[in-house]
Design a protein around this ligand. Sequence first.
Ligand code: ATP
Length: 640
Amino acid sequence: MAGGGSPKKGSQITWKKGDDVPYAALTNTFEAIESTTKRLQITADLTDFFKRVLQLSPHNLVACIYLCLNRVGPEYEGKELGIGESILIKAIAEATARSAASIKSELAEKGDLGDIAQSSKGKQKSLFKPAALTVPSVFKTLKEISAIMGTSSQQKKIALIKKMLSACQGNEPKFLIRSLEGKLRIGVAERTVLPALANATVAMNPDFAKWSTAKREQELEEAASVIKQVYSELPTYDEIVPALLEKGTKGLAEACKLRPGVPLKPMLAHPTKAISEVLDRFEDMSFTCEYKYDGERAQIHMLEDGTVMIYSRNSENLSAKYPDVIERLHKIPKEGVKSFVLDGECVAWDREKKCILPFQVLSTRKRKDVQTADIQVQVCIFGFDLIYLNGEALTKEPLIKRRELLHTSFKEVEGEFAFAKYMDGNTVEEIQTFLDEAVAGNCEGLMVKTLEKEASYEPSKRSRNWLKVKKDYLSGAGDSLDLVVMGGYLGKGKRTGWYGGYLLACWDDDREEYQSICKIGTGFSEEQLAEHAKFFKAHIIDRPRPYYRYTDTPNLRPDVWFEPVQVWEVKAADLSISPVHQAAIGLVDSSKGISLRFPRFIRVRDDKSPEQATSATQVAEFYRNQKINSAKGGKDEDDD
Ligand code: ATP
């Protein structure tokens, strides 16, 4: 992680009770956090900061949290910062009386625009001292900037950034610029913010000092679990924080419940290698097998006023992509259904032949500004779960009950909405036959789910109560990986003018970096090669990001680096320990990473953000799970 020493203890900024939190108090916290990679220390620093905010300025807590997460609102609202380099350079130049050219050349040398803004400000002598920035004023301006669109938007953004920069002091320019870039990268994510929030809230209890260590630990654990659970069902701090302030953690779950209009984080499944593994897992439990449809996850919400929204796996609002689905959804609820949240898969559908089409067809559908009359690819929704019905969350109910409610509350409409096909038989033969049928019907395989025991809906969890059995696992090909494109190699021969290959990476959550995992050059059609070349042209960067981990050898170094913007699904023959690639470094081998052998491009994963790519931990898990066959000795360590 980049430079910056921890501010000295005495440099902690204080402010008066009831005042707004000075921005410097937050940036000093960032500075302290940046100087460590230890998760416990990061959580402790953040807890300490939240405690002070709770004591002195609880009205600023929401803004503080969003700034820590480098966001301007709930994730599902999709408003992002990510201001372009050229706008920031102009703003820094204007605010510090430097030329844009000199900043550009310094950037080529140093690589971090935040550091450059800070040193440029430091050298500047100002005649008068502008009023210090506060957390709410910075948050408000960032929100404003993220909403600017249309004509002269660039000038408007520059003017607002310049104004903030002019008032910046100390380490503020560094973190302000990084926030604007959308790359704060201090190691603070939801999994740090939520426990820190829980710790700070519990520590505010007037009896805290009197509690025994055991009591404290119990209270902290309970609070962390409640906050995490509530957040997974209603992922918006705008509602959780005020409720927390008013009711404390004990009353939080009652005050903040999942509801239509706010997408919850979907439940995810674990891969399995064989049907026998499924039977081992669910030995004495009732379970069901469902077709695993190959399309796009669709979380469908209907509010009491009849408004319908569709959200992706990633909580992105897909309503503009599926106006046709939105228009006809009113047909599917039976009488008496006033509001719901339904989990399903949106699949391409052949209206003439009345059958499912492969995912590749769905992927050709336009994503934005879709007009119903122009739609070429028709879709059908396959509902597999019901999470909310008429004012009641169903997450705690077992699947058997949720499924019954799904079937009794909705009706199928041919080619538009159907229930996921299921089979409750539990012998290997029955499952195998059902799997064969699923695959013959253009499905990816099966989802096997617990029905009664341990069968609640677990938002945001990759649960062992949902197992996926894909046809590929059984043929030995293993699960696919979703990887981020870091760079490209210029094509030769037939591929001249395009990229002949790409460098791919997994995402390491702990280190917050992309780690190279393989070079890929196969699996692409000519159209795809052309499309990728066109797409990445707009995302070329001068040098690798500081958070790209790769080995800088002539053979591996790409000709062109890209911003981390796209995720590709990739299949490989197997995974091996690598002398050059860096994926999952330290997890399986202390100094070597893991790489993919014979990777093949499958598809672009538009529904995953780069940080939702396969994680380093998953790569390590895939590696450990694959059967290491000594007869294939020499597999490890033989790649470039
Ligand atoms: P993951 O979501 O596990 O990271 P992924 O996005 O690559 O991986 P898959 O491995 O294909 O997804 O498996 C899970 C996905 O399968 C779900 O997110 C959902 O979109 C889809 N799916 C299709 N049919 C079903 C079903 N019957 N039950 C649950 N999910 C289903």
